[in-house]
Design a protein. Sequence first.
Length: 177
Amino acid sequence: MNAIEAMINRTSYRSSYKDTPVPRGDLVKIMEAGLAAPSGSNKQTVSLIAVDDPEILARLAEVTGPLKYQPAPAIICILTQKIPAYKGRHFNVQDYSAAIQNILVAAVSLGYESCWYEGTVKDDDDQGKQMADILGVPADYNLISYSPIGIAEKPVKFPEKKPFAERAWFNGFQKSE
């Protein structure tokens, strides 16, 4: 599957996974794709932790709730650092967003499904910090998101998308009637 096909065929999979392990080589490829994403002022604010150990996955599930990714055989946790860049600006949100998109596309290209979980990680219940503590993440990094990686156990459902002509134009904005 080429990159454009993987982007078009990617969707957020929020169901159960087969218990088929994800080979470490595939996790490395997915993580390499994530780390290859653009980075504002090349500050490289993104770091990644792949988790495929069932005991650690179970401990993380106690924090996230089992319905979020279990029984995915692996997850990739996305870490960020807020490092000043060009004129003191911070691009870590853009950096990790690009990295996550690459992770999701790479996963699909290798035959896996995934989803971007961020909202619950950033909620007031400090889920990201709890997950970071389990993984031994230093205090100057924030665990901002995670993505389960695995083979879908159920059929993948694609949401209905608005037509291209309602969301994309040439040479200026063109409101649909």
